[in-house]
Design a protein around this ligand. Structure first.
Ligand code: ITT
Length: 199
């Protein structure tokens, strides 16, 4: 049975990454296809709460099972900043380039480059709301490298790797990414709970 799920995101890069690892029994409905044109709120103080806020609002509007996700980059030497503020690190309307400039500036001459990406997926149905976390440890490069991917990919080197995410192709990133880790948990939940709201 094909399960139709709204993927509550406006980030086309996230859709591309998830599409590449989606089994054929899941059909994604975009926000536009679900006739959701308002910007989903992201005003909470944690990644978990923001993920939930987006998912709950989408579910209210779509009345179909909704999957949302929120991701943040937590840098040890910066007390886990930018974290939940990753998209707005350099200001409310900041671009990824400006966010990376600020990050590299904040880490200037700092030896500890340890960081992690954290993704929290929220799945909202009429029966329940459930969350799945994916974490990937790594470090922040001295400078940008590579041109694939999006966001902070050009400065993030996953643990045990030489390349930044932006030097990897989609398949390589998807083998290890925080998003993939959370999504795999979500898929096994769906497999075990196939009856869970087809609405
Ligand atoms: P939605 O809320 O519509 O899903 P968004 O782009 O606002 O899309 P997030 O709030 O989850 O997504 O993203 C927070 C920031 O982290 C933002 O600057 C992203 O570019 C960045 N980011 C998210 N996932 C990333 C990844 O896999 N690699 C690099 N940067 C990422």
């Amino acid at each position: 049975m094909i399960k139709k799920i709204v993927f509550a995101t406006n980030n086309l890069n996230k859709i591309k990454e998830i599409q590449a690892i989606t089994p054929s029994n899941i059909e994604w409905i975009s926000l536009a296809e679900a006739a959701i044109f308002e910007e989903l709120p992201e005003t909470r103080e944690t990644i978990e709460a923001n993920s939930l806020q987006k998912g709950e609002r989408a579910f209210e509007l779509a009345d179909l099972p909704c999957m949302s996700e929120d991701t943040g980059l937590e840098v040890e030497a910066l007390h886990n900043e930018p974290g939940v503020r990753s998209a707005r690190y350099a200001g409310d309307l900041s671009t990824s380039e400006e966010n990376i400039d600020k990050l590299l500036g904040a880490l200037h001459e700092i030896k500890n480059r340890k960081a992690r990406f954290k993704t929290v997926i929220s799945f909202c149905t009429k029966e329940r709301i459930i969350q799945f976390e994916g974490i990937l440890n790594g470090e922040i490069a001295q400078d940008r490298r590579g041109s694939n991917g999006f966001g902070y990919d050009s400065v993030f080197i996953p643990e045990g790797q030489m390349k930044t995410f932006a030097e990897m192709n989609l398949e390589e990133k998807n083998q290890m990414s925080h998003r993939k880790r959370a999504f795999v948990k979500f898929l096994s939940y769906l497999k075990l709970n196939q009856h869970d709201s087809s609405k």
